[in-house]
Design a protein around this ligand. Structure first.
Ligand SMILES: [Zn+2]
Ligand SMILES: [Zn+2]
Length: 205
């Protein structure tokens, strides 16, 4: 079997995001090796980080000791849209895997990151001008990321009109729990008079 055929067959087997991510790791291994770093065995999945979707974290690498199989586990956020963003984030997380997350974003992380071509503030280090075209080429070879990204509204809708009670004598205010709206407004602890309804007391809100 020719080498080319072998590559084609391997690429054909990419059906899931995990297939794509693991293949990307294989394509990135020589790049790390050329800089003197060994990517350890890793498991990579598409998934939210433990810090939650609103943390803005788009990738996470877990230490070997945190996994029962002693293998670094990486998660790449499903909110990422383009294959480039995905592989860029993957490179960052693989740098964490290289030192088993021992140095967070400290000097040792920085040294590895800069060598493989990441730039910027280390917490969010992404591909610089040298690495970027290399990653774009890898993305071409990998083909489409089999993905529908999750659209997340990062800002919580603020209900400015939430139900409250206000004392017209002293101005004392309390927020109301929805389930107690039918009980009516409470009595002001100072003036001992029934407080006024403020905001939307409609149960629908
Ligand atoms: Zn990081
Ligand atoms: Zn009052």
């Amino acid at each position: 079997m020719s080498f080319r055929l072998c590559i084609l067959q391997r690429m054909k087997s990419i059906q899931t995001r995990e297939d794509w991510l693991l293949e990307a790791v294989e394509l990135l291994r020589p790049l790390f090796k050329a800089k003197g770093y060994l990517i350890p065995p890793v498991q990579v999945s598409c998934g939210f980080t433990s810090t939650g979707v609103r943390s803005g974290h788009v990738g996470q690498c877990w230490t070997k000791s945190s996994a029962s199989n002693e293998i670094n586990q990486i998660f790449i956020s499903p909110t990422l849209t383009t294959p480039f963003e995905v592989i860029d984030t993957l490179v960052h997380e693989l740098v964490h895997a290289v030192d088993d997350c021992k140095n967070k974003h400290g000097p040792i992380f920085k040294k590895i990151a800069l060598k493989v071509g990441l730039v910027g503030p280390m917490r969010g280090a992404t591909a610089g001008p040298v690495l970027k075209p290399i990653l774009l080429d890898l993305v071409q070879r990998l083909g489409p990321y089999p993905h529908g990204h999750i659209r997340v509204t990062m800002r919580k809708p603020v209900n400015r009109n939430r139900p409250r009670a206000k004392c017209k004598e002293c101005g004392y205010q309390v927020p109301m729990l929805k389930k107690f709206l039918t009980f009516g407004p409470p009595i002001c602890p100072v003036d001992k008079v029934e407080m006024e309804q403020v905001g939307n007391w409609d149960e629908e809100c």
